[in-house]
Write a protein that binds this ligand. Structure first.
Ligand SMILES: Nc1ncnc2c1ncn2[C@@H]1O[C@H](COP(=O)(O)OP(=O)(O)OP(=O)(O)O)[C@@H](O)[C@H]1O
Length: 234
């Protein structure tokens, strides 16, 4: 689905990613793990066209994404959900979702809204309420719902568990698993919470100082004590 080949990116003299290569499979959750500063956010921003790599290629379904801008990504079936739950708190929940429907450049479709409300009944119940009234977990559901409005094939998620209670993280990851299993969505999941991410992912990539140090089935990574202690903090 998504293939990175020797991707190198940085910020002036700082190299954030060095020769990063891996494939995120179709209909799978691929977790990108690593400590603070490992390069995870830079990786997602580079894949979604927000940060220009110094070298290497990114291909979606075999098509190189060279020169594709962030604005064009939803039309290609890829949506980025950045860290920090960027809901617009002054708008209602429904208005926030409608914005996601516009990302693809087409017309808003009420069936997309209904589809998202079916997935997140908690948002449907409060559709006319202002987004600032939502809890952290509900805001995370809202930004995922907003991303789903453009019917992506690939969802890029940056730290969805950040600041959420374990029970809410489990609920959100279960939901993602359902989307992948039932609707064939593919997910690239960047997480510092490696234990939870590996419990839901099919595959895991471990980054350390911008380099891939492991690229394995999630179950293999979770069972590798040495790697867990060295890089994943659990
Ligand atoms: N805007 C920037 N300018 C300069 N250096 C940056 C910038 N953003 C990130 N970096 C550096 O690039 C490296 C990778 O950072 P990145 O944010 O991608 O890591 P991360 O794994 O996402 O960490 P975190 O979990 O803390 O967000 C780090 O050394 C970081 O200090």
């Amino acid at each position: 689905m998504l293939t990175l080949d020797r991707l190198t990116a940085g910020y002036g003299p700082v190299t954030a990613l060095q020769d990063v290569s891996f494939t995120a499979g179709k209909g799978q959750i691929t977790a990108v793990l690593g400590a603070n500063g490992a390069g995870k956010t830079t990786l997602l921003r580079t894949v979604s066209g927000l940060h220009r790599p110094e070298s290497g290629t990114i291909a979606l379904d075999g098509q190189p994404l060279r020169k594709v801008t962030a604005e064009q990504m939803p039309a290609l079936g890829m949506v980025h959900v950045p860290e920090g739950r960027g809901v617009i708190t002054e708008l209602t929940i429904e208005e926030n979702l409608r914005l996601g429907g516009l990302a693809k450049g087409g017309k808003f479709r009420s069936e997309d809204l209904q589809r998202v409300f079916d997935l997140f009944p908690v948002l449907a119940d409060r559709r006319a309420g202002l987004a600032h009234t939502l809890s952290g977990g509900e805001r995370q559901m809202l930004v995922i719902g907003r991303a789903l409005m453009s019917e992506p094939r690939l969802l890029l998620l940056d730290e969805p568990s950040l600041g959420l209670a374990p029970r809410i993280v489990a609920q959100i990851f279960d939901l993602l698993r359902g989307l992948v299993d039932d609707q064939g969505l593919s997910v690239l999941l960047v997480e510092q919470n490696a234990r939870s991410a590996l419990s839901v992912a099919d595959h895991g990539i471990v980054l350390n100082l911008g380099r891939v140090v492991a690229d394995e089935a999630a179950s293999v990574l979770a069972a590798d004590d040495q790697l867990r202690h060295a890089y994943l903090g659990f």
